[in-house]
Design a protein around this ligand. Structure first.
Ligand code: NAD
Length: 492
């Protein structure tokens, strides 16, 4: 069992600035609690403006030397970090389970996705090249170069504490920037361990920094004069606030927001497969995923049959402590559990049919845990709150559709556009879906539209504010700017 004491100083979560671990002097903060056992794990002090200022200035000072460090040298600590992540994956997964509540398999899976981003960023020497053209004009050669820009900040949510920081950090530093992470205050222990491993990997002091905190910490970071850009992931209202505030302060911003994803199940689909993948998409991580497909539009002819299969599979899910052999873990906090319960009550009051009620669930040995079983509503209509708002819990809404056009129109009526899936055996439906569905991540015959690290990741509409998304080539473009050199040698 991982010792949480070893990850904290006197139980307080630490900051990492200029290669040193420090503890914020602030008394204001919040307790981190194991969602399954209710055990108090640590205390997160909310770093103040002065602490933010020190971290950003330290990063800015480190940037000058780091940007001039040959790219081949810059990626060596990333290779070491990748190996350290591999070596410590079980331990990191256990920390995630204890502070987040997800299952061990889910934690290992998210870490794998994080590691893939480190691997992609190790390819920066090839990916950062921007092109050149001899004889672009008479006697003139032109060359474009990508250059790092300064200090980048990432503010991340609670649901993937191991993966989401790694959507940003490897690309920001591989391209030659300095970086400050502000992880979620609800599960900050994973970042403690990630930064211990980054320290061991041997990045120069100040290139990578960690500042813990909450709202005020974020606002100080995203408006600091020495910060060049901000990567944000979280709920839509906060994403919008961060986008507007940071952009007004002159920063580059990419802000990923919340979601309400749809899945369309055609009458041609393999229903058994579609039900299995839909359930896993909507209930993995207890539904606390921006890619959860929790509104399911099912063709009239197969609606009953699909609903029966989905409920049967939901009945078979084992819910419990993520360190045990279970399929679904706990929700992040008591408050969040209540928030999800309120949505279930709303669904009942709105007139949806409760096909499976996950509320009456006690996990033996973990009676104080924040548990809810998979909950399935049928006959949901588009005007219901449960089909429009992000619930972020294991609640699935089923609705019948008559025509494929109708399904696409209803999917596109959502304010969000993070992801959508289609289950079909018809190529024509797949092509139409790919062309017309308005979401940033689309999947055919896959429950969760999660792109690999070498592709960009990001949504549309209220799920994203900005231009360039996370991961892959977009990340490189976000963390660099291009300069073009024009050369003429009259004697040549
Ligand atoms: P959140 O918006 O509450 O918090 C995210 C981060 O913002 C945290 O670090 C938090 O400290 C900070 N924050 C919170 N309120 C703030 C405020 N008023 N001002 C400034 N900073 C503030 O999100 P969460 O509950 O941690 O995460 C869940 C949300 O994240 C869901 O809506 C989910 O869909 C979304 N999410 C989106 C993606 C994506 O790729 N689009 C990925 C994961 C999660």
């Amino acid at each position: 069992m991982v010792s949480i004491d070893a990850l904290t100083a006197g139980n307080s979560v630490r900051n990492y600035v200029g290669g040193e671990w420090t503890v914020s002097a602030r008394e204001e903060g919040q307790t981190v609690t194991n969602p399954a056992t209710d055990e108090e794990l640590a205390f997160v002090p909310f770093s103040d403006e002065g602490e933010v200022d020190r971290a950003v200035r330290t990063a800015r000072a480190a940037f000058e030397e780091w940007r001039s460090t040959p790219v081949e040298e810059r990626i060596q600590p990333l290779f070491r970090f990748k190996q350290l992540l591999e070596d410590h994956q079980d331990e990191l997964a256990e920390i995630m389970v204890r502070e987040h509540g997800k299952t061990r398999a889910e934690a290992a899976g998210e870490l794998r996705r994080g590691i893939e981003n480190v691997e992609v960023a190790c390819g920066i020497p090839s990916m950062m090249q921007a092109g050149s053209l001899p004889n672009a004009a008479p006697g003139i050669d032109e060359t474009a170069v990508r250059q790092p820009l300064g200090v980048f900040v990432a503010v991340t949510p609670f649901n993937f504490p191991g993966m989401i920081p790694l959507w940003f950090l490897p690309y920001a530093v591989a391209t030659g920037n300095a970086f400050v992470l502000k992880p979620s205050e609800r599960d900050p222990m994973t970042s403690q361990r990630l930064f211990e491993l980054l320290d061991e990997a041997g990045f120069p002091d100040g290139v990578l920094n960690l500042v813990n905190g909450s709202v005020d910490t974020v606002n100080a970071l995203i408006t600091h004069d020495d910060v060049t850009g901000v990567s944000f992931v979280g709920s839509t209202p906060v994403a919008e606030h961060v986008y507007e505030t940071a952009a007004t302060a002159g920063k580059r911003v990419q802000a990923q927001g919340g979601a309400k994803n749809h899945v369309v199940v055609s009458d041609s689909a393999d229903l058994e497969f579609a039900a299995e993948k839909t359930l896993s998409s909507s209930c993995a991580c207890a539904g606390e995923r921006c890619l959860a497909n929790d509104v399911v539009l099912v063709h009239d002819d197969v609606y009953e049959s699909f609903a029966d299969r989905l409920v049967e599979k939901a009945d078979a899910m084992a819910v419990g402590y993520g360190l045990d052999d279970v399929d679904m873990g706990a929700l992040i906090t008591d408050d969040h559990e209540q928030h999800v319960r309120n949505y279930i009550q709303t669904g009942i009051e709105e007139g949806a049919t409760l096909l499976r009620d996950g509320r009456d669930l006690t996990v033996e040995g973990y009676e104080d845990g924040n548990f809810l079983g998979p909950t399935v509503f049928g006959d949901v209509t588009d005007d219901m709150v449960i089909s429009q708002e992000e619930i972020f819990g294991p609640v699935v809404a089923l609705a019948p559709y008559e025509s494929f056009d109708d399904a696409i129109d209803r999917l596109n009526a959502s304010e969000y556009g993070n992801a959508a899936s289609l289950f079909t055996e018809r190529g024509a439906e797949a092509r139409r879906f790919r062309h017309d569905a308005e979401a940033g991540n689309l999947a055919v015959n896959a429950g969760t539209a999660a792109p690999m690290a070498f592709f960009h990741f990001g949504g549309r509409k209220d799920s994203f504010f900005g231009d360039l998304h996370a991961q892959g080539e977009d990340a490189i473009r976000f963390y660099t700017d291009k300069t073009v050199y024009i050369e003429r040698w009259p004697d040549a």
